[in-house]
Design a protein around this ligand. Sequence first.
Ligand code: SF4
Ligand code: SF4
Length: 384
Amino acid sequence: MAKVFNWQLGRDMDYTYEAARPKRQASAVFDTNKCIACQTCTMACKTTWTSGKGQEYMFWNNVETKPWGSYPMAYDAKILDALGPQKWSKKEDGHIYGGKTIFESAPALERVMGILPDDLDYAYPNRGEDETNSIISQEKFYLRMPQDMWFFYLPRICNHCTYPACLAACPRAAIYKRQEDGIVLVDQARCRGYRECVRACPYKKVFYNHVTRISEKCVLCYPAVEKGIWPRCMRTCIGKIRMFGYLNQPEKVDPENPIDFLVHVRKVGLPLMPQLGLEPNIYYIPPVHVANTAFLNMLFGPNAMRAVETYKKAMAGEDPELVGAMLLNVSSDRIMTKFKVLGGKEVVGYGENGQEVIRIPMKEPTVVRPFYDDKLNVYRHNIT
Ligand code: SF4
Ligand code: SF4
Protein backbone atom coordinates (compact mmCIF):
# COMPACT_ATOMS: atom_id res chain seq x y z
CA MET A 1 0.00 0.00 0.00
CA ALA A 2 1.14 3.55 -0.78
CA LYS A 3 0.52 6.62 1.38
CA VAL A 4 -1.61 9.23 -0.38
CA PHE A 5 -3.11 12.51 0.80
CA ASN A 6 -6.91 12.70 0.99
CA TRP A 7 -7.94 16.32 1.61
CA GLN A 8 -11.52 15.30 2.49
CA LEU A 9 -10.11 13.32 5.45
CA GLY A 10 -7.47 15.93 6.27
CA ARG A 11 -4.76 13.27 6.40
CA ASP A 12 -2.66 10.71 4.54
CA MET A 13 -4.23 7.29 4.02
CA ASP A 14 -3.31 3.88 2.59
CA TYR A 15 -4.13 3.24 -1.08
CA THR A 16 -3.13 0.49 -3.50
CA TYR A 17 -1.25 2.82 -5.87
CA GLU A 18 0.79 6.02 -5.60
CA ALA A 19 -1.22 9.23 -5.98
CA ALA A 20 -1.64 10.24 -9.64
CA ARG A 21 -3.96 13.21 -9.62
CA PRO A 22 -5.30 14.16 -13.06
CA LYS A 23 -4.41 17.47 -14.73
CA ARG A 24 -7.93 18.58 -13.82
CA GLN A 25 -10.87 16.82 -12.24
CA ALA A 26 -14.36 16.76 -13.74
CA SER A 27 -16.76 17.34 -10.89
CA ALA A 28 -20.30 18.42 -10.03
CA VAL A 29 -22.35 19.86 -7.17
CA PHE A 30 -25.94 18.62 -6.60
CA ASP A 31 -28.34 20.71 -4.50
CA THR A 32 -30.51 18.16 -2.67
CA ASN A 33 -32.90 20.95 -1.64
CA LYS A 34 -34.10 21.26 -5.21
CA CYS A 35 -34.37 17.66 -6.40
CA ILE A 36 -37.98 16.60 -7.11
CA ALA A 37 -37.19 12.95 -7.97
CA CYS A 38 -38.66 13.36 -11.44
CA GLN A 39 -36.06 10.80 -12.63
CA THR A 40 -35.45 12.72 -15.86
CA CYS A 41 -31.72 12.34 -15.22
CA THR A 42 -32.16 8.59 -14.74
CA MET A 43 -34.03 8.25 -18.03
CA ALA A 44 -31.67 10.56 -19.93
CA CYS A 45 -28.79 8.28 -18.95
CA LYS A 46 -30.75 5.06 -19.47
CA THR A 47 -31.74 5.94 -23.03
CA THR A 48 -28.22 7.12 -23.88
CA TRP A 49 -26.02 4.39 -22.44
CA THR A 50 -27.84 1.37 -20.99
CA SER A 51 -30.62 0.31 -23.32
CA GLY A 52 -28.78 -2.82 -24.53
CA LYS A 53 -28.96 -6.49 -23.63
CA GLY A 54 -27.68 -7.32 -20.17
CA GLN A 55 -28.11 -3.68 -19.15
CA GLU A 56 -31.80 -3.90 -18.26
CA TYR A 57 -31.22 -3.58 -14.52
CA MET A 58 -28.50 -0.94 -14.73
CA PHE A 59 -29.00 2.64 -13.59
CA TRP A 60 -25.71 4.51 -13.92
CA ASN A 61 -27.75 7.48 -12.63
CA ASN A 62 -30.36 6.71 -9.99
CA VAL A 63 -32.33 8.86 -7.55
CA GLU A 64 -33.14 7.34 -4.17
CA THR A 65 -35.20 8.65 -1.26
CA LYS A 66 -33.35 8.97 2.01
CA PRO A 67 -33.40 7.67 4.68
CA TRP A 68 -34.90 4.36 3.44
CA GLY A 69 -34.21 4.25 -0.28
CA SER A 70 -31.07 2.71 -1.74
CA TYR A 71 -30.04 1.08 -5.01
CA PRO A 72 -28.87 -1.63 -4.89
CA MET A 73 -30.73 -2.49 -1.69
CA ALA A 74 -28.96 -1.24 1.48
CA TYR A 75 -25.62 -0.66 -0.31
CA ASP A 76 -24.81 2.17 2.10
CA ALA A 77 -26.09 0.56 5.31
CA LYS A 78 -24.11 -2.61 4.56
CA ILE A 79 -20.73 -0.92 4.05
CA LEU A 80 -21.24 1.49 6.97
CA ASP A 81 -22.19 -1.45 9.21
CA ALA A 82 -19.13 -3.39 8.08
CA LEU A 83 -16.88 -0.38 8.75
CA GLY A 84 -18.39 0.15 12.21
CA PRO A 85 -18.54 3.40 14.20
CA GLN A 86 -15.69 5.77 13.29
CA LYS A 87 -14.63 9.20 14.53
CA TRP A 88 -13.74 12.65 13.21
CA SER A 89 -11.82 15.09 15.40
CA LYS A 90 -11.85 18.88 15.19
CA LYS A 91 -8.75 20.78 14.26
CA GLU A 92 -8.14 24.47 13.77
CA ASP A 93 -9.07 24.70 10.09
CA GLY A 94 -11.58 21.87 9.85
CA HIS A 95 -11.72 18.19 10.74
CA ILE A 96 -9.42 15.21 10.59
CA TYR A 97 -10.73 11.67 10.16
CA GLY A 98 -9.46 9.42 12.93
CA GLY A 99 -11.27 6.30 11.75
CA LYS A 100 -10.40 3.70 9.13
CA THR A 101 -11.23 3.85 5.43
CA ILE A 102 -12.33 0.85 3.38
CA PHE A 103 -8.71 0.53 2.16
CA GLU A 104 -7.34 0.54 5.71
CA SER A 105 -10.00 -1.98 6.82
CA ALA A 106 -9.29 -4.46 4.01
CA PRO A 107 -9.06 -8.07 5.17
CA ALA A 108 -5.61 -9.73 4.92
CA LEU A 109 -4.48 -10.25 1.29
CA GLU A 110 -7.29 -8.03 -0.04
CA ARG A 111 -7.02 -4.44 -1.27
CA VAL A 112 -10.44 -3.13 -0.28
CA MET A 113 -13.14 -4.03 2.20
CA GLY A 114 -16.00 -4.68 -0.24
CA ILE A 115 -19.43 -6.29 -0.36
CA LEU A 116 -20.87 -7.97 -3.46
CA PRO A 117 -24.63 -7.33 -3.72
CA ASP A 118 -27.00 -10.24 -4.43
CA ASP A 119 -28.80 -10.18 -7.77
CA LEU A 120 -32.09 -9.50 -6.00
CA ASP A 121 -30.65 -6.38 -4.36
CA TYR A 122 -30.99 -4.73 -7.77
CA ALA A 123 -34.58 -5.85 -8.26
CA TYR A 124 -36.56 -3.11 -6.48
CA PRO A 125 -35.30 0.38 -7.33
CA ASN A 126 -37.52 3.07 -5.78
CA ARG A 127 -40.03 0.60 -4.38
CA GLY A 128 -41.84 1.90 -1.28
CA GLU A 129 -39.33 4.68 -0.84
CA ASP A 130 -41.29 7.85 -0.25
CA GLU A 131 -41.65 7.25 3.45
CA THR A 132 -40.71 9.72 6.14
CA ASN A 133 -37.96 8.86 8.64
CA SER A 134 -40.43 8.19 11.43
CA ILE A 135 -44.02 8.35 12.58
CA ILE A 136 -44.43 11.18 15.05
CA SER A 137 -47.04 11.80 17.70
CA GLN A 138 -50.05 13.95 16.89
CA GLU A 139 -49.07 16.86 19.10
CA LYS A 140 -45.98 17.32 16.91
CA PHE A 141 -48.02 17.13 13.72
CA TYR A 142 -47.29 20.60 12.37
CA LEU A 143 -44.70 22.02 10.04
CA ARG A 144 -41.61 23.64 11.46
CA MET A 145 -37.99 23.98 10.40
CA PRO A 146 -36.08 21.74 10.63
CA GLN A 147 -38.69 19.00 10.50
CA ASP A 148 -38.90 16.02 12.85
CA MET A 149 -40.57 14.07 10.09
CA TRP A 150 -38.58 14.25 6.87
CA PHE A 151 -37.23 12.61 3.75
CA PHE A 152 -35.20 13.89 0.81
CA TYR A 153 -34.01 12.81 -2.61
CA LEU A 154 -30.43 11.80 -3.34
CA PRO A 155 -29.46 11.57 -7.03
CA ARG A 156 -26.35 9.45 -7.55
CA ILE A 157 -23.88 8.71 -10.32
CA CYS A 158 -20.32 7.36 -10.26
CA ASN A 159 -18.21 9.80 -8.23
CA HIS A 160 -15.17 9.50 -10.51
CA CYS A 161 -13.23 9.21 -7.29
CA THR A 162 -9.67 10.45 -6.83
CA TYR A 163 -8.88 7.10 -5.19
CA PRO A 164 -11.33 4.73 -6.88
CA ALA A 165 -11.96 1.45 -5.04
CA CYS A 166 -13.05 -0.15 -8.33
CA LEU A 167 -9.66 0.64 -9.87
CA ALA A 168 -7.74 -0.49 -6.77
CA ALA A 169 -9.50 -3.85 -6.67
CA CYS A 170 -9.24 -4.82 -10.36
CA PRO A 171 -6.75 -7.69 -10.73
CA ARG A 172 -6.52 -7.07 -14.51
CA ALA A 173 -5.70 -3.33 -14.26
CA ALA A 174 -8.68 -2.85 -16.58
CA ILE A 175 -9.94 0.30 -14.85
CA TYR A 176 -8.16 3.59 -15.35
CA LYS A 177 -8.52 7.25 -14.43
CA ARG A 178 -7.97 9.64 -17.32
CA GLN A 179 -5.19 12.15 -16.80
CA GLU A 180 -6.93 14.85 -18.85
CA ASP A 181 -10.16 15.06 -16.79
CA GLY A 182 -10.14 12.43 -14.02
CA ILE A 183 -12.99 10.40 -15.56
CA VAL A 184 -12.81 6.73 -14.44
CA LEU A 185 -13.41 4.15 -17.21
CA VAL A 186 -13.45 0.36 -17.62
CA ASP A 187 -11.29 -0.91 -20.50
CA GLN A 188 -13.79 -3.32 -22.07
CA ALA A 189 -11.03 -5.24 -23.87
CA ARG A 190 -9.06 -5.96 -20.68
CA CYS A 191 -12.01 -6.73 -18.36
CA ARG A 192 -12.70 -10.44 -17.73
CA GLY A 193 -15.77 -9.95 -15.55
CA TYR A 194 -14.34 -11.04 -12.21
CA ARG A 195 -16.62 -8.46 -10.52
CA GLU A 196 -13.95 -7.36 -8.04
CA CYS A 197 -14.84 -3.76 -8.97
CA VAL A 198 -18.54 -4.37 -8.27
CA ARG A 199 -17.63 -5.76 -4.86
CA ALA A 200 -15.17 -2.96 -4.06
CA CYS A 201 -17.12 0.16 -5.06
CA PRO A 202 -18.98 1.21 -1.89
CA TYR A 203 -21.35 3.36 -3.97
CA LYS A 204 -22.14 0.35 -6.20
CA LYS A 205 -21.64 2.27 -9.40
CA VAL A 206 -19.97 -0.47 -11.45
CA PHE A 207 -22.37 -3.02 -12.95
CA TYR A 208 -21.83 -6.50 -14.30
CA ASN A 209 -23.35 -7.23 -17.72
CA HIS A 210 -24.57 -10.85 -17.65
CA VAL A 211 -24.74 -11.01 -21.46
CA THR A 212 -21.33 -9.62 -22.40
CA ARG A 213 -19.85 -10.89 -19.09
CA ILE A 214 -17.84 -7.77 -18.48
CA SER A 215 -18.29 -4.80 -16.16
CA GLU A 216 -19.65 -1.42 -17.19
CA LYS A 217 -20.00 1.95 -15.50
CA CYS A 218 -20.86 5.63 -15.91
CA VAL A 219 -18.55 7.28 -18.45
CA LEU A 220 -19.58 10.84 -17.46
CA CYS A 221 -20.58 11.33 -21.12
CA TYR A 222 -16.90 11.87 -21.96
CA PRO A 223 -17.55 12.40 -25.70
CA ALA A 224 -19.65 15.45 -24.73
CA VAL A 225 -17.26 16.63 -21.99
CA GLU A 226 -14.38 16.55 -24.50
CA LYS A 227 -16.37 19.04 -26.58
CA GLY A 228 -17.02 21.32 -23.59
CA ILE A 229 -20.61 20.09 -23.07
CA TRP A 230 -22.18 18.83 -19.82
CA PRO A 231 -23.08 15.14 -19.30
CA ARG A 232 -26.69 14.28 -20.22
CA CYS A 233 -27.98 13.60 -16.69
CA MET A 234 -26.79 17.08 -15.74
CA ARG A 235 -28.06 19.11 -18.66
CA THR A 236 -31.54 17.54 -18.62
CA CYS A 237 -32.11 18.12 -14.88
CA ILE A 238 -35.62 19.51 -14.45
CA GLY A 239 -35.07 20.74 -10.89
CA LYS A 240 -31.90 22.62 -11.95
CA ILE A 241 -30.07 21.09 -9.02
CA ARG A 242 -26.80 20.36 -10.86
CA MET A 243 -23.66 22.36 -11.55
CA PHE A 244 -20.97 20.72 -13.66
CA GLY A 245 -17.36 21.80 -14.14
CA TYR A 246 -13.82 21.21 -12.92
CA LEU A 247 -12.61 21.11 -9.32
CA ASN A 248 -9.17 22.25 -8.19
CA GLN A 249 -7.30 20.92 -5.18
CA PRO A 250 -7.70 23.00 -1.97
CA GLU A 251 -4.20 24.48 -2.35
CA LYS A 252 -5.01 25.70 -5.89
CA VAL A 253 -8.48 27.11 -5.33
CA ASP A 254 -9.79 29.57 -7.92
CA PRO A 255 -12.63 31.51 -6.19
CA GLU A 256 -14.00 32.52 -9.61
CA ASN A 257 -14.46 28.87 -10.59
CA PRO A 258 -18.09 28.03 -9.67
CA ILE A 259 -17.29 24.47 -8.49
CA ASP A 260 -14.31 25.63 -6.40
CA PHE A 261 -16.48 28.39 -4.99
CA LEU A 262 -19.22 25.99 -3.86
CA VAL A 263 -16.88 23.27 -2.55
CA HIS A 264 -13.82 25.10 -1.21
CA VAL A 265 -14.81 28.74 -0.66
CA ARG A 266 -18.36 28.62 0.73
CA LYS A 267 -18.04 24.87 1.55
CA VAL A 268 -21.71 24.13 0.85
CA GLY A 269 -20.88 21.25 -1.54
CA LEU A 270 -19.92 18.16 0.48
CA PRO A 271 -18.73 14.69 -0.57
CA LEU A 272 -20.90 11.58 -0.12
CA MET A 273 -19.63 9.39 2.74
CA PRO A 274 -16.11 10.87 2.69
CA GLN A 275 -15.14 8.56 5.59
CA LEU A 276 -14.92 5.65 3.14
CA GLY A 277 -11.72 7.25 1.80
CA LEU A 278 -12.25 7.46 -1.98
CA GLU A 279 -12.25 11.29 -2.23
CA PRO A 280 -15.42 11.24 -4.37
CA ASN A 281 -15.84 14.12 -6.85
CA ILE A 282 -19.63 14.56 -6.90
CA TYR A 283 -20.61 16.99 -4.12
CA TYR A 284 -23.94 17.57 -2.37
CA ILE A 285 -25.58 20.54 -0.73
CA PRO A 286 -27.30 18.88 2.27
CA PRO A 287 -31.06 19.30 2.81
CA VAL A 288 -31.95 22.17 5.16
CA HIS A 289 -35.20 20.70 6.52
CA VAL A 290 -33.77 17.54 8.10
CA ALA A 291 -33.75 17.51 11.91
CA ASN A 292 -31.19 14.77 12.28
CA THR A 293 -27.64 16.05 12.45
CA ALA A 294 -26.18 12.57 13.02
CA PHE A 295 -27.74 11.28 9.79
CA LEU A 296 -26.47 14.23 7.76
CA ASN A 297 -22.99 13.88 9.29
CA MET A 298 -22.94 10.19 8.44
CA LEU A 299 -23.89 10.90 4.83
CA PHE A 300 -21.99 14.12 4.13
CA GLY A 301 -19.28 14.33 6.80
CA PRO A 302 -18.81 16.56 9.86
CA ASN A 303 -19.38 19.88 8.03
CA ALA A 304 -23.01 19.16 7.11
CA MET A 305 -24.61 21.60 9.55
CA ARG A 306 -22.18 24.38 8.68
CA ALA A 307 -23.17 23.94 5.02
CA VAL A 308 -26.87 24.06 5.98
CA GLU A 309 -26.36 27.34 7.87
CA THR A 310 -24.38 28.91 5.00
CA TYR A 311 -27.11 27.90 2.54
CA LYS A 312 -29.89 29.30 4.73
CA LYS A 313 -28.08 32.63 5.04
CA ALA A 314 -27.73 32.85 1.26
CA MET A 315 -31.46 32.16 0.86
CA ALA A 316 -32.16 34.95 3.38
CA GLY A 317 -30.36 37.38 1.05
CA GLU A 318 -27.05 37.59 2.95
CA ASP A 319 -24.80 36.10 0.28
CA PRO A 320 -25.58 37.24 -3.29
CA GLU A 321 -22.36 35.63 -4.59
CA LEU A 322 -23.45 32.20 -3.41
CA VAL A 323 -26.93 32.70 -4.86
CA GLY A 324 -25.26 33.76 -8.12
CA ALA A 325 -23.10 30.64 -8.25
CA MET A 326 -26.15 28.46 -7.65
CA LEU A 327 -28.19 30.26 -10.31
CA LEU A 328 -25.76 28.86 -12.89
CA ASN A 329 -27.15 25.34 -12.24
CA VAL A 330 -28.35 23.90 -15.58
CA SER A 331 -28.43 27.41 -17.03
CA SER A 332 -26.46 26.26 -20.07
CA ASP A 333 -25.12 22.99 -21.45
CA ARG A 334 -21.63 24.54 -21.88
CA ILE A 335 -18.89 23.98 -19.31
CA MET A 336 -18.14 27.15 -17.35
CA THR A 337 -14.83 27.70 -15.59
CA LYS A 338 -15.43 31.21 -14.21
CA PHE A 339 -18.33 33.28 -12.94
CA LYS A 340 -18.94 36.80 -11.70
CA VAL A 341 -21.84 38.50 -9.93
CA LEU A 342 -22.15 41.99 -11.41
CA GLY A 343 -23.46 44.72 -9.11
CA GLY A 344 -25.65 42.22 -7.27
CA LYS A 345 -27.97 42.36 -10.29
CA GLU A 346 -26.85 39.61 -12.64
CA VAL A 347 -24.53 36.63 -12.74
CA VAL A 348 -22.35 35.84 -15.74
CA GLY A 349 -20.79 32.45 -16.53
CA TYR A 350 -17.66 32.25 -18.70
CA GLY A 351 -16.32 29.34 -20.79
CA GLU A 352 -12.78 28.06 -20.97
CA ASN A 353 -11.42 30.68 -23.34
CA GLY A 354 -13.05 33.52 -21.45
CA GLN A 355 -16.12 33.85 -23.65
CA GLU A 356 -19.44 34.68 -22.02
CA VAL A 357 -21.65 31.60 -21.90
CA ILE A 358 -24.67 32.81 -19.95
CA ARG A 359 -26.00 35.95 -18.24
CA ILE A 360 -28.84 35.60 -15.74
CA PRO A 361 -30.68 38.26 -13.71
CA MET A 362 -30.39 37.66 -9.96
CA LYS A 363 -34.10 38.43 -9.75
CA GLU A 364 -36.53 37.68 -12.54
CA PRO A 365 -38.64 40.77 -13.37
CA THR A 366 -42.26 40.25 -12.35
CA VAL A 367 -45.31 41.98 -13.71
CA VAL A 368 -48.46 42.07 -11.60
CA ARG A 369 -51.48 42.57 -13.81
CA PRO A 370 -54.73 44.14 -12.60
CA PHE A 371 -57.27 41.46 -11.76
CA TYR A 372 -59.90 43.20 -13.83
CA ASP A 373 -59.03 44.84 -17.16
CA ASP A 374 -61.91 47.27 -17.82
CA LYS A 375 -60.67 48.13 -21.31
CA LEU A 376 -61.10 44.56 -22.54
CA ASN A 377 -63.62 43.60 -19.87
CA VAL A 378 -61.64 40.49 -18.84
CA TYR A 379 -60.41 39.03 -15.56
CA ARG A 380 -56.74 37.94 -15.37
CA HIS A 381 -55.04 35.71 -12.86
CA ASN A 382 -51.45 36.07 -11.68
CA ILE A 383 -49.68 32.82 -11.08
CA THR A 384 -46.27 33.91 -9.80
S1 SF4 B 1 -17.92 5.68 -7.44
FE1 SF4 B 1 -17.33 3.51 -7.53
S2 SF4 B 1 -17.27 3.07 -9.73
FE2 SF4 B 1 -17.14 5.29 -9.52
S3 SF4 B 1 -14.92 5.74 -9.48
FE3 SF4 B 1 -15.63 5.58 -7.33
S4 SF4 B 1 -15.21 3.44 -6.82
FE4 SF4 B 1 -15.14 3.54 -9.07
S1 SF4 C 1 -33.56 15.41 -13.19
FE1 SF4 C 1 -32.79 16.71 -11.50
S2 SF4 C 1 -34.65 17.14 -10.27
FE2 SF4 C 1 -35.17 15.38 -11.59
S3 SF4 C 1 -34.63 13.59 -10.32
FE3 SF4 C 1 -32.80 14.03 -11.53
S4 SF4 C 1 -31.55 15.32 -10.20
FE4 SF4 C 1 -33.62 15.35 -9.34
